[in-house]
Design a protein around this ligand. Sequence first.
Ligand code: PEP
Ligand code: MG
Length: 580
Amino acid sequence: MLKLKGIAAASGISIGPAYRLNREEFVVPKQEITEDQIPLQIQLFEEALIQTRKEILELQKRISSDMGQEEAQIFDAHLLVLEDRMLIEEVISRLKKEHLGVVYIFSQVLKKYIEVFSKIEDEYLKERTADINDVGKRILRNLLGKKRRDFQDLKEKVVVVAHELSPSDTAAMHKQNVCGFVTDVGGKTSHTAIMAKSLEIPAVVGLQEVINKIKTGDILIVDGSTGVVIVNPDSDALSFYRQEQQKLKGIAERFFLVKDLEAVTLDGKTIEISANIELPEEVPSIKLHGGQGIGLYRSEFFYMNRKDLPSEEEHYQAYKYVAEQMNPYPVVIRTLDLGGDKFLSQFAAPHDMQPFLGWRAIRFCLARPDIFKTQLRAILRASVHGKLKLMYPMISGIEELKQANSILNEVKEELRKEEVPFNNNIEVGAMIEVPSAAMTADLLAAEADFFSIGTNDLIQYSLAVDRANEKVAYLYEPTHPAVLRMIKNIIESAHNAGIWVGMCGEMAGEPSLALILLGLGLDEFSMPPLLIPEVKYIIRSVTLKQAKTIALEALKLSTGKEVEEYSQIRLRELLGWEKA
Ligand code: PEP
Ligand code: MG
């Protein structure tokens, strides 16, 4: 028996035989061609591009209808690679010059592209290497007439073991006999992890050398909640995890029973449980999982994958739709959060050394009031169709908040002059995701109607840990005492000023931390829809008093690990589970 520890990517437990995918490598012939064979080689290349495009579009369609728009959009980047004129022209011109077969030429050009991209310092652009690699392999496969890597022939449920999985690989697993997967590479926010969560397949990534330690047919236990993978477990481990699996199944059924009830503690404190979304298409999923509003609408996704900026009318229609759909529940629209790891196609990616610390979010909006005002006008106009609120990302101090509010007031004044109706009392909040904002929350509270704590960024900034870098993922601890103290300070400052405070970072959807956050006084938890039933269930199972005691105890601990262990033990005790 061998126990390995990686990064927990998608929760749940799976047990099954390993199915090892070898690294996909192709033997590329270096074939000389004559001048008159060139047109045929170009034709082969074009056919391979057309075939690849067809495959990707089919895959995208399937994913979009089975899993949703967001997952399907991952393939937009793949389609863009196929249309890359520079890549195509380089292949054709080298074909003409070098008189070598198209398979060889294409593989050389691809290699060069991958080398160039993987050397780029910027984490986001570096991630694009995976897209180029994925599409490149598809093209090569089509040029060579090889069969695709698919999972359709699997006769029994297996755990896929791979060095890495491309989004195409993960998507191909959908509805096939794959009950889990483990990979050498990847972090919590990698595409592979995002897909695994949507597919609801337990997964552990970033295991580093797993591929060398596992053979096809080895029995594997994958615990996607703790990141533990056990190879050829002994009978004790097997029976333990089988019991855990059963328990989890029973528990999930129990969660679903309460999904449409209020999240109210046993002693009567009602908490708001809302959802994080990127696109309006996700509204049905919120309803399915019992969400009582939208706590974070990441509006920047509206600006992506397009050549122009969205018009005021497009913004308006999207916000009106979510406001109406969610009414009477609230919808918090976060104004454009460009930069960091999210870039728009209309602007060249900034060459900041540290994009997360650079020209992003509210800094960008204050510098480009034209873009900012278009969005604010649309939000205000849509505010008459439901319970819309708005919040600014990345506020670092009071001046920024005042400046943003003054632009908002200008927009209100314009609308008033034009006699366009809007809700003059729309709630305006500040995201608290920069340590300076967390430490001056008392000052900010005077200028805001609410706070929403963005722990994804707050953790990376306060612990100096890049949230997208798997090598430092072990330092990214939501339970770090520094993080807990900041959260405590933010909540207290908000309550002292009489405003409510929510959390929309991933931490809000961590079941084991729900009790601490509840005990610290959080009023609203916003999370991916799938996680809502479990967090509701937890809140309904305890008293606020119990949660307060847990929070106080947690604050006395000196390491993130201790806090994590403590919160899990207390959760198990209070809910009568033995769930890890
Ligand atoms: C956050 O930082 O916690 C957050 C919710 O915003 P984003 O993940 O979009 O940066
Ligand atoms: Mg953020």
